[in-house]
Design a protein around this ligand. Structure first.
Ligand code: AMP
Length: 296
């Protein structure tokens, strides 16, 4: 099946709730920030296109009975809710804003951002509560209404939200932020974060996506870890274990008496601070290697 134009399913396309062919259909963002990391997650899980270099907007995967459909990230929560697809990859912000009845099956570890309330640098506002009655521009009216602690006048915009205060359209904005650079560039400062988001695998309520979840989870978990190997004097094993934070790493005797090799999985984000501490407690020949799949 090929959608008639980028990011859109053909009019009236509504497959049956249970697919007769037993294949699972997954929607993936066709463009924007989530596209590349979503496609590479599928690739790393062994779910690349059957035809390498495939550029179609719908294609079967190799290795598993899964079909990928490339559609707009903002449409994915509704497609999943309505059973047009069985599951999809999109942002938690979009799931919440669309109030879609779907299951969040797995946080994917990319597309991290926050929804911040921001005001012009020079404005008097210091706390969100002071915005009661003020005008707030956003493309997230539902989340703003639900999560701002005070009543405000919402100004609906479709994009370029950061410019709204300078145009005199609003006193404040609620918008997605990752580094905060865009806010600063536009002379805005953050008052508060009202929602934190990352990319997520969502599923139709009751869809049989268990195997796909396991395949993706194995990659997401692996990316968050590193495999650490080191040599050390056996006498310093307790100190090494304390630094690694593991009481039962693999300990392998070396040919040299009194020396051991220690192998352990460690969180990827801890590696930079672990290495100097391991050297301090006698570790040497330290190797840190990536993990491809991880099943607990
Ligand atoms: P895009 O299609 O590029 O407009 O963004 C789609 C999704 O990317 C958003 O709904 C968020 O879930 C996610 N995202 C991650 N970081 C950011 C960011 N700094 N600004 C906007 N969206 C972001």
């Amino acid at each position: 099946m090929a959608p008639s134009r980028p990011g859109r399913l053909p009019r009236g396309a509504r497959p049956p709730q249970e697919r007769e062919d037993g294949r699972l259909r997954i929607a993936v963002p066709v463009k924007g920030r989530l596209r590349e990391p979503s496609v590479s997650l599928l690739e790393d899980a062994g779910l690349g296109p059957e035809e390498p270099g495939e550029r179609a907007l719908a294609f079967p995967c190799r290795n598993a009975p899964v079909d990928v459909l490339l559609v707009r990230a903002a449409d994915i929560p509704e497609y999943v809710q309505d059973g047009v697809v069985d599951c999809g990859i999109t942002g938690q912000d979009l799931v919440r804003e669309r109030a879609a009845r779907v299951e969040e099956l797995l946080e994917l570890g990319f597309g991290s951002c926050r929804l911040d309330v921001a005001v012009p640098e020079e404005s008097q506002y210091e706390r969100v509560e002071e915005l009661a009655g003020a005008s707030v521009a956003t493309v997230f009216p539902r989340i703003t209404r639900e999560l701002l602690p005070v009543e405000v006048e919402l100004v609906d915009v479709t994009g370029s939200v950061e410019i709204a205060p300078r145009l005199g359209l609003a006193d404040a904005i609620v918008d997605l932020v990752s580094s905060g650079n865009t806010l600063r560039t536009n002379g805005l400062r953050s008052l508060a974060t009202i929602f934190s988001s990352q990319a997520v695998l969502i599923g139709r309520v009751g869809a049989a996506a268990g195997q796909l979840v396991s395949m993706l989870r194995a990659v997401v978990e692996a990316r968050a870890h590193r495999y650490l190997m080191l040599d050390a004097p056996e006498a310093r094993l307790d100190e090494i274990c304390a630094v690694i934070g593991s009481r039962s790493p693999s300990v392998i005797p070396l040919a040299e008496p009194g020396m051991v090799a220690v192998h352990a999985l460690v969180p990827a984000q801890d590696v930079w601070q672990l290495l100097p501490r391991l050297e301090e407690v006698g570790a040497f020949s330290i190797l840190v290697v990536p993990v491809e799949r991880m099943l607990r």
